[in-house]
Write a protein that binds this ligand. Structure first.
Ligand code: C2R
Length: 191
């Protein structure tokens, strides 16, 4: 069940336009089903904020094992630096990616099943020794964090991404200060 990569005016065939130039994808986002896309679009949006080119594809360790194997074994030679793998329920996709590439693999458990993602969390995080998957929080927060974590990996050798990460932290701090100011105002009005 292979899905075509996302296309758009700014992003075609795994390339994102930054400063008028198209760049090859550095991050590969894979997900077990298109039902994961509404959540995983968050990872794409976040990577775009950091100006990081990515590709996105539906593939499954269970349903398309040959394609999953091919994706992971060619990821490095195709120029990817990080793989983000999202799956729900018996989530084996991130583990299979990690088994077949030396690239860092970030797993995002999806809350798609009757167990609300706890199954996917345990399946993703409880990797046997020797095959790590950096496991994020369940669902949207995890999707966004996967992108930020990928940016942190890439930012080690890319000053522009590193600079955007500093801005990201500053924006978080400003947002918290604003929330606190609102709360303090509310508390003083209650007195
Ligand atoms: P459907 O909505 O297509 O039935 O999929 C998907 O990630 C999705 O969250 C239900 C859930 O099954 C997950 N899935 C996996 C794998 N492939 C699909 N966990 C896998 O290979 O691990």
């Amino acid at each position: 069940m292979q899905k075509r990569r996302r296309q758009g005016s700014a992003k075609e065939n795994g390339k994102v336009a930054t400063g008028g130039k198209k760049h090859a994808a550095l991050v590969g986002i894979v997900m077990g089903s298109d039902t994961d896309y509404p959540t995983m679009s968050e990872a794409g949006k976040t990577l775009e904020k950091f100006g990081i080119a990515y590709e996105m594809e539906v593939l499954s360790a269970h349903r398309t094992p040959a394609r999953a194997h091919e994706y992971a074994t060619t990821a490095l030679s195709r120029g990817l630096k990080v793989v983000i793998a999202a799956a729900g329920a018996a989530a084996h996709l991130a583990g299979v990616m990690a088994a077949n590439t030396t690239l860092p693999v970030i797993g995002v458990p999806m809350a798609t099943s009757t167990l609300n993602g706890l199954d996917a969390l345990l399946a993703t995080v409880q990797m046997p020794g020797g095959i790590p998957v950096a496991t994020m929080a369940i669902d949207k927060a995890g999707a966004a964090n996967a992108a930020i974590f990928a940016a942190e990996i890439l930012g080690l050798s890319d000053p522009e991404i590193a600079r955007k990460l500093v801005e990201h932290k500053e924006a978080l701090a400003r947002a918290v200060a604003e929330k606190n100011a609102r709360l303090q105002k509310q508390l003083s009005e209650q007195k």
